[in-house]
Design a protein around this ligand. Structure first.
Ligand code: 5AD
Ligand code: SF4
Length: 341
């Protein structure tokens, strides 16, 4: 009964449910999963043709007041040189992005109120100068702060839920609550942000059922984007001795989200490319439609190590590298703000 083709028929014909998603996630080999990958690829092509939206990331500060157990820039990691870029430094990079046809800028940082003013000033300046979409990814804030970001002109906000498994969430986040994080996501939607979320796959103690429940959560929240990345241990964190799971689990999750949420934006993430050299290419073959190149300048890049061996830290990978990677998946990058429709 549990043949992959039968599971696919059920995914196409019956209402989404966690049991079905769990059975799909438990399919053991890539070859058996292929019909589901193919269906996800078909849906991606139906909504996005063979186009890949490009969003340039600037990791403008690695200051963070939290201590998520998996994360290399957690507050207690004292080995790190902390930095915050100035508005002028950020604007120089935005100029470069714009000249290269990248029309979405993602401003990412650790979570701390020290960033709020800089974010507001910078968003204002970007919106005044360019017709670009601005995405923020700076963690949990009060509603009034989110609202100020919106007024300054920010279009989108990324806040990964990481996991919706209450117990696991608690274990990994000594200073946050799942409830508050969910509240933030609904707040962002209410304020009119194109809201993105996401999870890590292969977290220690995470079950297939728990990932299935994450997908059910997405189908309720209906985010504009979901970033899915494999957990990769970092040597200076409490999870340093944990083993990562294989990329196949991340790719299965991505394909099932495409099937569940159809026109959602799904990036081929840096963590996918770090865990497996073909990770991002396979992701774009099987349902991803977004690529997020890192525009953080070299001296800062190495201080934004969320996990070990993060790619594109030493290599000089500009826009041509992104085009080539998309090309290897049979796709092409487009000059577009790439909104949610
Ligand atoms: N492995 C993979 N992804 C990680 N992130 C943080 N630490 C790790 C890790 N060790 C991801 C989280 C966070 C995003 C900024 O980076 O999902 O939301
Ligand atoms: Fe800070 Fe985000 Fe890392 Fe948590 S995952 S420690 S909030 S940067």
């Amino acid at each position: 009964m549990d043949q992959p083709r039968e599971i696919l028929q059920e995914l196409k014909n019956s209402a989404l449910n966690p049991e079905l998603l769990t059975r799909a996630l438990e399919i053991p080999g890539r070859k058996s999963f292929m019909p589901i990958f193919q269906y996800s690829a078909e849906l991606c092509e139906k909504y996005f043709k063979k186009e890949i939206f490009v969003r340039g990331i600037i990791e403008f500060s690695n200051i963070c007041s939290k201590n998520c157990f998996y994360c290399g820039i957690r507050a207690e990691n004292k080995k790190l040189r902390r930095y915050t870029m100035t508005k002028d430094e950020i604007m120089n990079i935005v100029d470069k992005m714009h000249s290269q046809g990248v029309l979405t800028v993602v401003l990412q940082s650790g979570e701390s109120p020290v960033h709020d003013e800089l974010i507001i000033d910078t968003v204002r300046e970007i919106k005044k100068k360019y017709d670009m979409a601005v995405t923020l990814s700076a963690g949990e804030k009060e509603k009034t702060i989110y609202s100020e970001f919106k007024k300054a002109g920010a279009d989108r906000y990324l806040l990964r839920i990481e996991t919706t498994d209450e117990k696991l969430y608690k274990k990994l986040h000594p200073d946050s609550s799942l409830k508050q994080r969910i509240k933030c996501l609904y707040m962002l939607k209410e304020l009119g942000f194109e809201t993105g979320t996401g999870i890590m796959t292969g977290l220690p103690g995470q079950s297939m059922r728990s990932i299935a429940d994450d997908i059910m959560f997405f189908s309720e929240l209906k985010p504009a984007m979901a970033g899915i990345g494999p957990f990769i241990p970092h040597k200076d964190t409490p999870l340093k001795n944990e083993k990562p799971r294989d990329i196949f689990l991340t790719l299965k999750t991505l394909a099932l989200i495409r099937i569940a949420l159809k026109n959602i934006n799904l990036p081929a993430t840096t963590a996918m490319g770090t865990l497996d050299k073909n990770g991002r290419i396979d992701a774009m073959k099987y349902g991803a439609n977004v690529f997020m190149p890192n525009f953080t300048p070299p001296p800062y890049r190495e201080a934004y190590m969320l996990y070990d061996n993060k790619i594109c830290v030493n290599e000089k990978c500009g826009i041509s590298c992104i085009k080539m990677t998309a090309g290897r998946a049979g796709k092409k990058t487009v000059i577009s703000k790439g909104g949610y429709f």
